[in-house]
Design a protein around this ligand. Structure first.
Ligand code: HEC
Length: 107
Protein backbone atom coordinates (compact mmCIF):
# COMPACT_ATOMS: atom_id res chain seq x y z
CA UNK A 1 0.00 0.00 0.00
CA UNK A 2 2.76 2.40 0.94
CA UNK A 3 4.51 1.57 -2.34
CA UNK A 4 1.30 2.13 -4.28
CA UNK A 5 0.88 5.55 -2.71
CA UNK A 6 4.50 6.34 -3.42
CA UNK A 7 4.01 5.27 -7.03
CA UNK A 8 0.93 7.48 -7.38
CA UNK A 9 2.72 10.41 -5.81
CA UNK A 10 5.76 10.12 -8.04
CA UNK A 11 3.52 9.62 -11.07
CA UNK A 12 1.73 12.84 -10.30
CA UNK A 13 4.94 14.71 -9.59
CA UNK A 14 6.37 13.37 -12.82
CA UNK A 15 3.35 14.36 -14.86
CA UNK A 16 3.55 17.89 -13.49
CA UNK A 17 7.27 18.48 -13.55
CA UNK A 18 9.46 16.23 -15.63
CA UNK A 19 10.54 16.24 -19.24
CA UNK A 20 9.86 12.96 -21.07
CA UNK A 21 13.57 12.12 -21.07
CA UNK A 22 13.47 11.73 -17.28
CA UNK A 23 11.38 8.55 -17.56
CA UNK A 24 8.01 7.68 -16.07
CA UNK A 25 8.42 5.89 -12.72
CA UNK A 26 4.81 4.67 -12.59
CA UNK A 27 5.22 2.89 -15.92
CA UNK A 28 8.61 1.68 -14.71
CA UNK A 29 6.95 -0.04 -11.75
CA UNK A 30 4.41 -1.65 -14.10
CA UNK A 31 6.98 -3.14 -16.43
CA UNK A 32 9.35 -4.14 -13.60
CA UNK A 33 7.27 -7.28 -12.83
CA UNK A 34 9.85 -9.38 -14.63
CA UNK A 35 12.70 -7.84 -12.60
CA UNK A 36 11.11 -8.26 -9.19
CA UNK A 37 11.94 -11.91 -8.55
CA UNK A 38 15.62 -10.93 -8.32
CA UNK A 39 15.61 -7.22 -7.47
CA UNK A 40 12.33 -6.88 -5.54
CA UNK A 41 9.52 -4.41 -6.16
CA UNK A 42 11.61 -1.50 -4.86
CA UNK A 43 15.06 -2.76 -5.85
CA UNK A 44 16.15 -3.61 -2.33
CA UNK A 45 16.05 -7.36 -2.77
CA UNK A 46 19.36 -9.05 -3.47
CA UNK A 47 18.29 -12.63 -4.11
CA UNK A 48 21.83 -13.99 -4.04
CA UNK A 49 24.94 -12.59 -2.36
CA UNK A 50 26.33 -11.31 -5.68
CA UNK A 51 23.06 -9.71 -6.84
CA UNK A 52 23.19 -5.91 -6.63
CA UNK A 53 20.76 -3.67 -4.78
CA UNK A 54 19.50 -1.13 -7.32
CA UNK A 55 17.09 0.90 -5.14
CA UNK A 56 18.21 4.51 -4.96
CA UNK A 57 20.96 4.03 -7.53
CA UNK A 58 21.54 7.09 -9.73
CA UNK A 59 19.17 7.36 -12.70
CA UNK A 60 22.02 7.83 -15.18
CA UNK A 61 23.90 4.84 -13.77
CA UNK A 62 20.85 2.60 -14.18
CA UNK A 63 20.21 3.82 -17.74
CA UNK A 64 23.83 3.22 -18.68
CA UNK A 65 23.92 -0.24 -17.07
CA UNK A 66 20.77 -1.37 -18.89
CA UNK A 67 21.95 0.08 -22.22
CA UNK A 68 25.28 -1.70 -21.81
CA UNK A 69 23.62 -5.05 -21.03
CA UNK A 70 21.37 -4.54 -24.06
CA UNK A 71 24.23 -3.71 -26.41
CA UNK A 72 26.55 -6.37 -25.01
CA UNK A 73 29.14 -3.82 -23.79
CA UNK A 74 28.42 -5.22 -20.34
CA UNK A 75 28.12 -8.96 -20.51
CA UNK A 76 26.18 -11.02 -18.00
CA UNK A 77 24.20 -14.09 -18.97
CA UNK A 78 21.14 -13.23 -16.88
CA UNK A 79 20.98 -9.46 -17.29
CA UNK A 80 21.86 -9.46 -20.97
CA UNK A 81 18.88 -11.70 -21.68
CA UNK A 82 16.54 -9.49 -19.64
CA UNK A 83 17.80 -6.24 -21.17
CA UNK A 84 17.81 -7.46 -24.77
CA UNK A 85 14.20 -6.56 -25.51
CA UNK A 86 13.94 -3.32 -23.54
CA UNK A 87 13.20 -0.15 -25.54
CA UNK A 88 14.86 3.19 -24.75
CA UNK A 89 11.61 4.23 -23.10
CA UNK A 90 11.48 1.03 -21.00
CA UNK A 91 15.04 1.66 -19.79
CA UNK A 92 14.32 5.26 -18.78
CA UNK A 93 11.06 4.30 -17.06
CA UNK A 94 12.68 1.43 -15.12
CA UNK A 95 15.57 3.70 -14.12
CA UNK A 96 13.10 6.39 -13.04
CA UNK A 97 11.31 3.90 -10.79
CA UNK A 98 14.33 2.26 -9.15
CA UNK A 99 16.34 5.48 -8.73
CA UNK A 100 13.48 6.97 -6.70
CA UNK A 101 13.32 4.15 -4.15
CA UNK A 102 14.82 4.39 -0.69
CA UNK A 103 17.79 2.12 -0.17
CA UNK A 104 21.30 1.89 1.24
CA UNK A 105 22.77 3.54 -1.89
CA UNK A 106 20.82 6.74 -1.33
CA UNK A 107 22.84 9.29 0.65
C1 HEC B 1 17.07 -13.80 -12.62
C2 HEC B 1 17.51 -12.65 -11.81
C3 HEC B 1 17.46 -11.25 -12.40
C4 HEC B 1 16.39 -10.66 -13.05
C5 HEC B 1 15.03 -11.23 -13.36
C6 HEC B 1 16.83 -9.31 -13.35
N1 HEC B 1 18.08 -9.10 -12.88
FE1 HEC B 1 19.13 -7.33 -12.93
N2 HEC B 1 20.74 -8.25 -12.17
C7 HEC B 1 20.82 -9.58 -11.79
C8 HEC B 1 22.20 -9.89 -11.47
C9 HEC B 1 22.71 -11.26 -11.02
C10 HEC B 1 22.95 -8.72 -11.68
C11 HEC B 1 24.48 -8.53 -11.53
C12 HEC B 1 25.05 -8.67 -12.94
C13 HEC B 1 26.49 -8.28 -13.07
O1 HEC B 1 27.32 -8.71 -12.28
O2 HEC B 1 26.78 -7.50 -14.02
C14 HEC B 1 22.00 -7.70 -12.10
C15 HEC B 1 22.35 -6.39 -12.38
C16 HEC B 1 21.45 -5.39 -12.69
C17 HEC B 1 21.78 -4.00 -12.82
C18 HEC B 1 23.16 -3.37 -12.65
C19 HEC B 1 23.32 -2.96 -11.21
C20 HEC B 1 24.68 -2.42 -10.89
O3 HEC B 1 24.91 -2.08 -9.71
O4 HEC B 1 25.52 -2.26 -11.78
C21 HEC B 1 20.63 -3.34 -13.14
C22 HEC B 1 20.46 -1.86 -13.37
C23 HEC B 1 19.58 -4.33 -13.20
N3 HEC B 1 20.11 -5.56 -12.92
C24 HEC B 1 18.25 -4.06 -13.51
C25 HEC B 1 17.32 -5.05 -13.83
C26 HEC B 1 16.05 -4.79 -14.44
C27 HEC B 1 15.51 -3.40 -14.77
C28 HEC B 1 15.45 -5.99 -14.63
C29 HEC B 1 14.13 -6.27 -15.32
C30 HEC B 1 14.03 -5.85 -16.70
C31 HEC B 1 16.34 -7.01 -14.09
N4 HEC B 1 17.47 -6.40 -13.64
C32 HEC B 1 16.05 -8.37 -14.02
C33 HEC B 1 19.76 -10.45 -11.72
C34 HEC B 1 18.51 -10.26 -12.30
Amino acid sequence: MKLMLTALTVALAWALASPASAGNPARGLEISQVCQSCHGEDGNLALEADYPIIAGQHFNYLVRALEDYRSGDRDHAIMSSFARDLSDRDIRDLAAWYSRQEGPLKP
